[in-house]
Design a protein around this ligand. Sequence first.
Ligand code: UD1
Ligand code: CA
Length: 457
Amino acid sequence: MYKSAVILAAGKGKRMKSNLPKVLHKVCGKEMVNQVVDTLRKCDINDIDLVIGNGAEEVRKSTENRGVTYSIQEEQLGTGHALMCAKSFLQGKDGVVAVFTGDAPLITEDTVKRFIEFHKNGQYKATILTAIVQDATGYGRIIRNEHGEVAKIVEHKDCTEEELKVNEINSGMYCFDIKELMINLDKLNNNNSQGEYYLTDVIELLKNKECKVGAISVDANEIKGVNSRAQLSEAEEILRYRLNKMHMENGVTIIDPKTTYIDLDVEIGSDTIIYPGNVIEGKTVIKKGCTLYPNSRIKDSVIDEGVNIQSSVILESHIGRNTTVGPFAYIRPESNIGENARIGDFVEIKKSTIGNNTKVSHLTYIGDAEVGSGCNFGCGTVIVNYDGKVKNKTIIGDNVFIGCNANLVAPVEVEDDTYIGAGSTITKKVPNGALALARTKQVNIEGWVDKKGLRKK
Ligand code: UD1
Ligand code: CA
């Protein structure tokens, strides 16, 4: 079924005190407006128009991969005016348009579906999504007539003493009959305390024409708007709790959900255990049976089954099955670590491939290298990949044993089944089966300490 929606996203968000347009601030790793778009898409709403104005170019850039259209509101004259700016989007359409705001990212798929069903089943010309709240400060109030029907919405600043006591609030989300909406948008005026064209006034206009107006009340946590940094963190907390709960329902153990930060699009397999202090970002996939010990950041990476990670940073990389990472490892973008491997403490890996069963246990740097399987890196190995001008490649075969404190100066190749002596600086190819030694021979000067009178009795 063909469904349309408009998302109002032209406001400045003054109270955010930010250079970034408000709707681009992120909750659980995703721009608020994109979270709204993604939720609508899951409800088969495919025809989505964004009303943009403040920071229009930035908003367009951050949303353009989501296949939405745009209407421009040059001057922000109110929510009613914003929807007027989407006229060419609505023109010629009939049926229902749902209206959302780009600064209320907590709305769920289930609620959107229920909302639209309710609107259609009730044959309303407009339906308002509302909530009952303890503190209604700042919100428009839903004013009902003596029959309990919605009569109008009054903005906080325009409320009488009596109206201020109403605790049913307007979420700013609506379904409208497109034809009726178009007719009534033209009738709005800005005769109110803020001198704005209020979209909310459409409700009273419809009601005066004896049109049926519906309201459906939902959990207040779903309609929270974000106007300040404090509200941004509240929204984040609600969403985080929801996401963590979903993962736990899917069989993931999260020891302390309050201190586990998982982005919206992360996937996690069952029987994975997550200790406190983990931050899992972007499009990361963590497969089954992994253990994330405390304090790692994992971004846009794929972690295969049975991997253990502790206190490490992994960016845009792939970790193979049953491999151990950390504590204190740093795996930089475009790295691919094999199965049953070990990347230990103070190891940095950059844009490199590491084969299965290879161990890089401590204090090592590997950059721009292809490393085979079954290798062992001694403590303090450095791949010298940068000559001051360009990054060069190092190729290391299978079953290579590198002694401690070796340097491999790229470009260089080390063939299969070789040994490199501790402290060597390798600048030439090491052929299959060889032991490479590249260090000065040891010289002992007998009796030197006594001759110099340096012995401490
Ligand atoms: C609006 C509602 C209020 C409701 C509240 C819920 C009106 C008049 N009031 O008030 O009843 O309780 O939302 O959060 O509609 N926007 C534009 N262009 C504009 C003005 C706003 O695109 O000219 C966008 C903003 O970017 C924002 C949304 O509309 O995404 C809501 O605007 P905002 O100014 O925050 O409205 P509220 O005062 O919160
Ligand atoms: Ca708002």
